[in-house]
Design a protein around this ligand. Sequence first.
Ligand SMILES: *Cc1c(COP(=O)(O)O)cnc(C)c1O
Ligand SMILES: [Zn+2]
Length: 408
Amino acid sequence: MTNDHVTALTCTLCGARYDPTELRYTCENHEGVAGILEVEYDERVILDRFSADLDGDIPSQWKYAPFLPVDTECDPVTLGEGGTDLLDAPQLSVQLGVSVLVKDDGRNPTGCLKDRASSVGLTHASQSGYDTVTCASTGNAAASLAGYAARGGLDCRIFVPAGAPEGKLVQPQIYGADVLAVDGTYDEAYDLSLAVTDVYGWYNRNAAINPFLIEGKRTVGFELAEQSAVRGQVPDWLAFSMGDGCTIAGAWKGFREFFEFGFVDDVPKMLGVQAEGAAAIHDAFHECESTDEVETLADSISVGCPRNTVKACRALSDSGGTAVTVADSEILDGMRLLGATEGLYAEPAGAAPVAGVKRAVEDGIIAPDETVGIVSTGMGLKDTAGAAQATDGATEIAPSLSAVEALY
Ligand SMILES: *Cc1c(COP(=O)(O)O)cnc(C)c1O
Ligand SMILES: [Zn+2]
């Protein structure tokens, strides 16, 4: 095995260290799942093995294989995830009043950024000898896990809140997974998935607690660092939506590592964006009162009890960034704006950062002369019913030229 670059799993709260070859989700010194673990590496071993050119040519995230916590000599379970373009967005920039670039991670194989984590997770699960994987999901993680389980030849059983958008319940079934629609919230589905993991010993993909999963999300940070270096400029800000908080935490960890290795000469400030109706990380960061009741149309970030608040808040504060919230109406505006200005069709959670940047510019958090990288995390096609709320509906006309002439 050549995963000797992984030296330990360490607790983010008390620093306890665990053997990385034992699959362990959380630190035993804390109640419940509070003691989230972090993968620790021997950086010299990684640098010895990493020989790729950081020239902006990124065929998939496995370009960065030596940085990932798996046996890098075995074939990964991959569908070609990562390597998404960092696009200029001149028309969106005009509308937002600040210069933005967009990284469209909705282009990943199952339609969202979570594929980065699923690929690493399934690779780790199959290398560790598991034959069944499970997770709880607001929708996308389920679809993503199911696709990669199919690819890796593992069974997949997933727990989703029954209210998840239909497209996200159908997609994993096409990938052959058992989809268990829990009559409850995401938080209840989450607790149930943990309970069954204990009983059945299945591999649990929940990125918030499985320390290996979040490591896959670092690759979006690696790519942003590489793409920034090639462009010759690091954006002042990177904007991400936050649900459990693993995505922004993973992205920050990855970017910071590439900075520390000297691959890029600066780091961005992280802007975390949440929906007003599901704002627990924002509230924790700003030390204001919070509730675990959730109400937002952005299903992927509809999380009442985020599992990665500690890592997410650390990313915000270490980077000198901050968190903002946006109303659902602003998210719908963001979807229309992203689509109509740049031809990018995002789901609500994928467009929330657009709304967040608009808000941050208006509130003076982002200065007009700064630059922003917006990461759009998920594509819109999975949830037409949700997206329809951002539209006025088609214009019905008679099948005649005069009907068109009446319009234009
Ligand atoms: C899961 C998800 C997020 C949020 O990621 P967290 O790690 O839960 O913060 C954002 N956007 C999309 C599209 C997602 O699927
Ligand atoms: Zn601990």
